[in-house]
Design a protein around this ligand. Structure first.
Ligand SMILES: [Fe+2]
Ligand SMILES: [Zn+2]
Length: 309
């Protein structure tokens, strides 16, 4: 076997060469096994700059080695003012071209960021009808992923910009808030039978990044995450890679898609890097292995999140 390149996941399945694949992958995490879903997470990527292209190449390299079933965007898809129509050329220059590698041509589950709201968010929703790889049926939505082992994961994609904006104007005075999106999330979490519940939004709850955390989301969402057994919240907005644990919930900032900014220490922080990069997750019945990679596809940090507290 040729050890000079990494095996793709398909090749691992075909040859059953799991051990050989691990050797070929060297210091990287072991290749995915058949009981896992593998996905990548990227945020704050839409500058159309060389940094974005570098991270995109690293994503493709890791996806070639480990497989990638889908990709999650934590928002700020197009700087500085989103897009204006479903045929905006930024879809080509900032999305289709940088992420053209075959291994990244998988479904992208997209969340909206504040910069996307500076443009027409309807255009991003409409683009999903032209390109089936782009999944954003509504500003907030749910997707269920069936894991190869038979378990399920519910992913809840939020549009945190309006929640944050409206929080100070009236939600504080109408407790408990009846805002449709927040009420929708609570209803969906209560109804969910999936062992895995993962929430995705643009703004962080807890982060030492330059924008800090978001008090509105802490007040509105953290009690729900604790009550309904959410294992992880994935966000962007702060342009770095970070793992903060609060209670039994893991707060993961993945905003290293194109332009890193400084990061400071904060309570509960397990890892922080002011770096370009992205996250890979291997989701199995009992645990989720997460790994941050830099723009040269070097692993920066690894952690394992159990399904039950
Ligand atoms: Fe951003
Ligand atoms: Zn942002």
């Amino acid at each position: 076997m040729n050890n000079s390149r990494s095996l793709t996941r398909r090749e691992v399945f075909r040859t059953g060469a799991g051990a050989a694949a691990m050797l070929a992958l060297g210091s990287r995490a072991p290749a995915a096994t058949s009981g896992e879903a593998v996905f990548q997470v990227i945020g704050d990527w839409g500058f159309g700059n060389e940094n974005q292209a570098k991270v995109a190449r690293a994503m493709a390299e890791v996806a070639d080695a480990n497989g990638c079933d889908f990709i999650i965007s934590t928002g700020d898809n197009f700087y500085p003012r989103g897009v204006t129509s479903a045929t905006d050329e930024k879809f080509r220059t900032h999305f289709e071209e940088p992420y053209s590698a075959l291994s990244l041509r998988v479904p992208w589950y997209v969340a909206l960021g504040n910069h996307d709201h500076n443009g027409d968010i309807r255009a991003q929703i409409d683009y999903g009808r032209l390109n089936t790889r782009w999944i954003l049926p509504a500003p907030y939505y749910k997707r269920t992923v069936r894991l190869p082992g038979g378990s399920t994961a519910d992913f809840f994609f939020l549009d945190t910009t309006p929640i944050r904006r409206e929080f100070r104007s009236w939600v504080r005075f109408v407790y408990f808030p009846s805002r449709p999106q927040v009420a929708w999330l609570e209803r969906e979490l209560a109804l969910s039978n999936a062992p895995w519940k993962i929430v995705v939004g643009h703004h962080p709850l807890f982060s030492g990044g330059s924008h800090g955390g978001t008090s509105a989301l802490v007040e509105l969402l953290q009690p729900m995450f604790d009550r309904y057994g959410v294992q992880a919240y994935l966000n962007g907005h702060n342009h770095n890679l970070e793992h903060v644990r609060m209670g039994d919930v893991q707060y993961l900032t993945i905003g290293g898609g194109s332009k890193p900014t400084r990061i400071s220490a904060v309570d509960g922080q397990h890892f922080a890097a002011s770096r370009l990069g992205f996250m890979q997750a291997r989701l199995a019945t009992e645990e989720m292995h997460i790994e941050f990679f830099d723009e040269d596809s070097r692993p920066l940090y690894r952690a394992s999140i159990p399904v039950g507290a």
